[in-house]
Design a protein around this ligand. Structure first.
Ligand SMILES: NC(=O)c1ccc[n+]([C@@H]2O[C@H](COP(=O)([O-])OP(=O)(O)OC[C@H]3O[C@@H](n4cnc5c(N)ncnc54)[C@H](O)[C@@H]3O)[C@@H](O)[C@H]2O)c1
Length: 254
């Protein structure tokens, strides 16, 4: 049976870990050739190895999404290596400083915006022309439930993730008739290295508190977000554009 993304070429930023890695692996499973991009070379190489060991096709392109020139070069890797670009998953992100708005450092604010919001803009800026030249495409931007609701002590993250939803809607309208769909996913709290590096450890008090905010009473897993992203990327979602889709175990239903 043909995969959902057969014949497509995709780029995933932040694909060296967590949600990005699982997404790249799921895309390759569905037949896409994948450019695995990350600032972390070792993580990226590991993702490429997982894909190629399973018989898929992938190459690594190192890029810091906060630097437009590096993102442009990663898009060029897709076109130079595989001849096209049809799929973009703009996923690279950081948690950032945990602080009240009144105490938040300007540097911390800038850092989060430069990766979590500017990074998505840079990615789309270079993906879109490549997709137009490839006959169309599908973009999924990884926002968060914190792109839909507030959360204390994460003002930069919450603002950036709301910004990603706005950018998604604006560009979805712009390119709807040019054959490019643009959507966002809004994961709930997902058990990934990002979460653990923020000090949220399995079955600790904070973990349990957060789990309880999801109707399902648990955190999500990276592959559960990846499957939603693959669906949005695929032609199965051909009439879906401009949405911000919660993948959140019922967090935002409450
Ligand atoms: N884990 C969660 O609870 C959760 C919830 C909602 C949304 N998200 C979002 O999902 C995305 C992926 O997060 P994750 O949980 O898989 O985290 P993760 O830390 O496991 O993976 C993030 C990846 O992004 C890469 N990265 C960081 N800065 C970069 C930069 N400047 N340029 C390129 N790559 C960079 C890292 O090296 C890492 O490989 C992020 O945008 C995050 O905000 C995560």
């Amino acid at each position: 049976m043909a995969g959902m993304l057969e014949g497509k070429v995709g780029l995933v930023t932040g694909a060296g870990s967590g949600i990005g890695r699982e997404t790249a692996v799921a895309m390759a499973r569905e037949g896409a050739k994948v450019v695995v991009s990350d600032i972390n070379e070792a993580g990226g190489a590991e993702t490429v190895a997982i894909i190629t060991d399973a018989g898929g096709e992938a190459v690594f392109a190192k890029a810091d999404v906060s630097d437009p020139a590096q993102v442009e070069a990663a898009v060029k890797v897709a076109v130079d290596t595989y001849g096209a670009l049809h799929l973009g998953v703009n996923n690279a992100g950081i948690g950032g400083e945990a602080n009240l708005t009144g105490d938040y450092t300007a540097e911390g604010w800038e850092k989060v915006q430069s990766i979590n919001l500017d990074g998505v803009f840079h990615s789309m800026k270079y993906e879109i022309p490549a997709m137009l030249a490839s006959g169309g495409g599908s973009i999924v931007n990884v926002s968060s439930i914190l792109g839909l609701v507030g959360w204390a002590q994460a003002p930069a993250y919450v603002a950036a993730k709301h910004g990603v939803v706005g950018l998604t809607k604006a560009s979805a309208i712009e390119y709807a008739q040019a054959g490019i769909r643009v959507n966002a996913v809004n994961p709930g709290f997902i058990d990934s290295p990002l979460l653990r590096s923020a000090g949220i450890e399995p079955e600790g008090d904070l973990w349990k508190h957060i789990a309880g905010k999801h109707a399902m009473g648990r955190l999500g897993l990276p592959h559960e977000v990846a499957e939603a992203i693959v669906w949005l990327l695929s032609d199965a979602a051909s009439f879906v554009t401009g949405i911000a889709m919660p993948v959140d175990g019922g967090f935002t239903a409450d």
